[in-house]
Design a protein around this ligand. Structure first.
Ligand SMILES: Nc1ncnc2c1ncn2[C@@H]1O[C@H](COP(=O)(O)OP(=O)(O)OP(=O)(O)O)[C@@H](O)[C@H]1O
Ligand SMILES: [Mg+2]
Length: 147
């Protein structure tokens, strides 16, 4: 386990960039944390590394956004889920979410703890807690190499 206290959204994005360097094909990042905790900021840092941040939107009204990513000349499909508005997993089954989560792209799930049973067992869980207006305590379940 690793914990970092970030003091700005830029620090959160930078931490996410460092984390994203270690992501591999098929990885899933399960983001957990309340409204405004910084899940989308963290996702933005990941998207920076995959050079698709300009495609990113806060997918509050869509369950899934797909971005064309690229890292070190390799193309990656980035699947950005937001489960906040889902009342039941039915919609996820309707869009065939498993194909995305278990494919060769990289998936990120905001509000992953809404349907814990649907999160891949191998997902990297990242929890964000708002400790003040500008500070977030970010906990990684697994360690990752820091530059
Ligand atoms: N240290 C910090 N890290 C991340 N965001 C921060 C930090 N300090 C302040 N903020 C602000 O907090 C907000 C985080 O918003 P963000 O959309 O990333 O949250 P979220 O967890 O995705 O919320 P939602 O559940 O609504 O999707 C932004 O306005 C950002 O500028
Ligand atoms: Mg968000």
């Amino acid at each position: 386990m690793k914990q970092v206290l970030t003091k700005s959204s830029e620090e959160t994005r930078e931490l996410a960039r460092q984390f994203a360097c270690s992501l591999k094909r098929g990885d899933c990042v399960a983001l957990v944390g309340s409204l405004g905790a910084g899940k989308t900021e963290f996702t933005r840092g990941i998207a920076d590394v995959f050079n698709c941040a300009e495609q990113l939107t806060s997918p509050t009204f869509t369950i899934l956004n797909i971005y064309d990513g690229e890292r070190s000349g390799e193309r990656f499909s980035i699947h950005h889920f937001d489960w906040y508005r889902l009342d039941s997993p039915e919609e996820l089954y309707n869009i065939g979410f498993e194909e995305y989560l278990y494919g060769d792209g990289v998936s990120i799930i905001e509000w992953a703890d809404k349907f814990p049973d649907l999160v891949p067992k191998t997902a990297k869980r990242v929890e964000l807690i708002r400790s003040s207006e500008t500070e977030r305590l970010i906990t990684f379940e697994q360690t990752f190499p820091l530059r």
